[in-house]
Ligand binder design. Structure first.
Ligand SMILES: *[C@@H]1O[C@H](CO)[C@@H](O)[C@H](O)[C@H]1NC(C)=O
Ligand SMILES: *[C@@H]1O[C@H](CO)[C@@H](O)[C@H](O)[C@H]1NC(C)=O
Length: 383
C-alpha cells in the first residue's frame, strides 16, 4: 500500500531559510530527490469490453490455497510426484492455462491463499497472483473462508487486492450517510463489460458480472457453520441489477465462494461434471436463488469451496457451476487432475457490426499433459 513520502524534518526547513540561497537550493534538491515517486497502480484498460472477434472469455480459478511458494508442499498428488511439488506447480498451471486460453479476465473465486500455511498474507497474495500481475490481464478476486487466516483480516486483504496491478476488484460499496445501510462483507462489486469497439453498443454494458462475499464462518445457535450472503448484499445486488437493466437488458454472471444450500439438490438432477463430495454450504438459506430468479438477469453463478465437485447444474433456470480445485496445496484427489473453468460469452453478429450477447458457454481445462479440454456446454442462449 502506498505510504506518504517522508517529509523533510522541521529543523532542516528552518536551516534552509537561514542558509545562503544557492546552498539551500542544493540542499532542497537533495531532499526532494530522496522523495521517490510513489508507485502507481498499473490499471487495466477500462471499461472491459468484448474483443474484435465478438468474444469475452473469463478464466475462473477456484481455491488456489497458496501458501509460501516453493516451500509449501502439494497435497493429494500421486506419491511419485510428491517430491518437488509445491505452490510453484499452482503458479505453473495458472501460466499454462493463461497461455492456452488467453482470457480477457481472470476471476479468482476465493481461498486464494491458505491462511494457516501462509506466514505473511501480503507475500502469499503477491505470489499467488503473480501470473496475472505479470501478464497484465485484468483480474477480479473475492474471498473464501481461508484467505484471512494469516496476517491480514478480510478488509485488509480485499483492500490490498483492489490496489494490486491490473486488478479490477473492489472492496465494495460502503454507506456514506447514516441512512445508507452498510453492505456486509468485503468484495461486493459489479463489473460491466461493454460491447465491441466501434459497434453501437460500444458504450453499453452488454454483460454484467456480480461479485459477492459469501463470508467465512458464523455461529448459529451455538453451531459453527460456514458464512453466507447476507440480506444487505442481496439488496445491493438487486438494486445494482435493476439500475443496469434499466440501461440495457444484459445477461449477468455471479461469482462467490461458498455454495448455496440448493446446490445439494443437484445430486438428483442431470449435471455436467462430477459430484464427488458433500456440498459444504452454510446452514442458513438467505434466499440467494430466489433473489437471482427475481432479478432475472443472472444466467449462471460460479462457485468454489468444494474442490472435488466440478459440475454445472441448473436450479430454476440458473446454472450453478463449480470451478473445481485449482491449487496443489488444496485437498484434492491424486488421480483427479487439478482444473480450471473457462466461461465465454459471444456476441451476435449483426449485418455490419457486433450486437448483444447471444450465447454463454463453459468448459474446463485439466492440468494434465495435454491441458485437456472437457465438459463444454452452452449455459445460455438468447431466445
Ligand atoms: C510440479 O512441477 C514440476 C516442475 O515443473 C514437475 O516436474 C512436476 O511434475 C509437477 N508436479 C505435479 C504433481 O504436477
Ligand atoms: C462512445 O463514446 C465515445 C467517447 O465518448 C464516442 O466517441 C463514441 O462515438 C461513442 N459511441 C457510441 C456508439 O455511442
Amino acid at each position: 500500500m502506498a505510504t506518504a513520502p517522508p517529509r523533510p524534518p522541521l529543523l532542516l526547513l528552518i536551516a534552509l531559510v537561514f542558509l545562503p540561497i544557492p546552498f539551500s537550493l542544493f540542499l532542497w534538491d537533495s531532499i526532494t530527490v530522496c522523495r521517490s515517486t510513489p508507485k502507481v497502480k498499473r490499471t487495466a484498460a477500462l471499461p472491459l469490453r468484448f474483443r474484435d472477434d465478438g468474444v469475452f472469455k473469463i478464466l475462473q480459478v477456484a481455491d488456489m490455497h497458496y501458501g509460501n511458494g516453493v516451500t509449501t508442499r502439494c497435497r493429494d498428488v500421486p506419491e511419485a510426484a510428491a517430491a518437488g511439488c509445491s505452490d510453484l506447480n499452482t503458479t505453473q498451471f495458472l501460466w499454462r492455462v493463461i497461455r492456452e486460453e488467453k482470457p480477457d479476465l481472470v476471476a479468482f473465486t476465493g481461498d486464494n491463499i491458505f491462511g494457516s500455511t501462509a506466514t505473511d498474507a501480503a507475500e502469499s497474495l503477491f505470489k499467488a497472483f503473480a501470473p496475472v500481475l505479470q501478464s497484465g490481464i485484468p483480474w477480479a478476486a473475492i474471498l473464501g473462508n481461508h484467505d484471512q487466516e494469516s496476517t491480514m483480516n478480510r478488509e485488509e486483504i480485499m483492500s490490498l487486492i483492489s490496489l494490486m496491478d491490473y486488478s479490477v476488484s473492489q472492496v465494495g460499496p460502503f454507506g456514506t450517510t447514516d441512512k445508507q445501510q452498510r453492505v456486509d462483507g468485503f468484495g461486493n462489486y459489479d463489473i460491466r463489460v461493454h460491447g465491441a469497439f466501434g459497434s453501437t453498443l460500444a458504450n453499453t454494458s452488454v454483460l454484467n458480472l456480480y461479485f459477492l462475499d459469501s463470508g467465512d464462518r458464523i455461529v448459529v445457535d451455538g453451531l459453527r457453520a460456514y458464512g453466507y450472503i447476507r440480506e444487505s448484499q442481496l439488496t445491493w445486488v438487486q438494486a445494482t441489477s435493476k439500475k443496469l437493466q434499466s440501461l440495457f437488458q444484459a445477461p449477468a454472471l455471479a461469482f462467490f465462494h461458498i455454495p448455496i444450500p440448493e446446490v445439494r439438490e443437484l445430486w438428483h438432477s442431470k449435471i455436467v461434471g462430477r459430484y464427488q463430495e458433500a456440498v459444504a454450504c452454510s446452514i442458513v438459506n438467505s434466499e440467494v436463488l430466489k433473489t437471482f430468479v427475481f432479478m432475472g438477469d443472472v444466467k449462471a453463478a460460479f462457485i468454489g469451496h468444494d474442490h472435488l465437485n466440478d459440475f454445472c447444474g441448473n436450479l430454476l433456470g440458473i446454472w450453478f457451476c463449480y470451478g473445481g480445485g485449482f491449487g496443489y496445496h488444496a485437498y484434492g484427489r491424486a488421480s483427479w487432475p487439478r482444473r480450471a473453468r473457462l466461461i465465454a460469452a459471444e456476441l451476435k453478429r449483426g449485418v455490419r457490426e457486433w450486437m448483444e450477447v447471444e450465447t454463454i458457454k463453459t468448459w474446463k481445462r485439466l492440468d494434465d499433459y495435454m491441458l485437456s479440454k472437457i465438459d463444454e456446454q452452452v449455459l445460455w442462449r438468447k431466445s
